[in-house]
Design a protein around this ligand. Structure first.
Ligand SMILES: Cc1cc2nc3c(=O)[nH]c(=O)nc-3n(C[C@H](O)[C@H](O)[C@H](O)COP(=O)(O)OP(=O)(O)OC[C@H]3O[C@@H](n4cnc5c(N)ncnc54)[C@H](O)[C@@H]3O)c2cc1C
Length: 191
């Protein structure tokens, strides 16, 4: 579940940090529902990501929101809206630890749910992607049984996350053309 919301800059500390992690209870463990909130304020590093004088902020629960709570809900129903409001409070409270008056500052907010990820990213049960435990299996490589069809992204080796996805693209490219061709292209580009 996640929340995205721009806020005004005035009165925020000059040294506002990009990333914050709020753990509500260390006793419950980091995979307990509604316990750990990750916050990123990307416009701290790149102001072009928000309109002038504002920030954009993303807060989310890292894969701990139970899908069963949302399963089968009509996304246009009042029940769904109410559940969004209720389940996103943990995000607001976490952001308040960083920006105490965030609710007054906020101009726009969007709450995403497992159904959002499921619908817009076509993620199974609204997850981040496949989780394969070390020692229990491997992500597939880029080749497929269909001649000429190659895959990259977080369903392929090495797995979930932007660095891994970028690596999967590099692995795919490397599968398509040998290193000598890469080097020849770099020469051609003068790099
Ligand atoms: C809330 C959240 C927080 C995350 N935080 C981090 C983080 O901090 N650091 C990190 O490294 N990773 C993070 N990740 C993981 C990372 O975002 C993903 O692993 C990565 O974006 C996957 O890249 P991808 O290109 O494989 O797939 P995606 O980025 O999901 O791209 C697939 C695209 O294909 C589109 N699509 C799907 N089906 C179809 C279709 N039939 N026709 C046309 N288009 C289609 C989708 O709409 C989507 O745009 C996070 C993920 C989530 C959900």
């Amino acid at each position: 579940m996640e929340m995205l919301r721009p806020s005004l800059l005035a009165g925020l500390p000059d040294d506002l940090e990009l990333h914050h992690i709020v753990v509500n209870s260390w006793d419950q463990g980091v995979d307990a529902p509604q316990n750990v909130v990750l916050i990123s304020i990307a416009s701290v590093k790149d102001p072009s990501l928000a309109p002038e004088g504002k920030h954009c902020l993303h807060a989310y629960l890292p894969a701990t929101e139970p899908y069963e709570l949302w399963k089968g809900l009509d996304r246009k129903s009042p029940e769904y809206q109410a559940l969004k409001e209720q389940r996103s409070q943990v995000l607001w409270r976490a952001v308040e630890k960083v920006i105490p008056d965030i609710r007054q500052r906020a101009e726009m907010s969007f709450v995403g749910t497992p159904l959002t990820q499921e619908r817009y990213l076509r993620r199974s049960r609204g997850t981040y992607g496949p989780a394969i435990k070390a020692g229990e299996g491997l992500f597939p490589g880029p080749a497929t049984p269909i001649k000429g069809l190659y895959c990259c992204g977080d369903s392929t080796f090495p797995g979930i996350g932007l660095p891994a996805v970028a690596a999967s693209g590099a692995i795919c490219a490397n599968t398509l053309v040998p290193l000598s061709q890469h080097l020849a292209l770099l020469d051609e580009l003068g790099l």
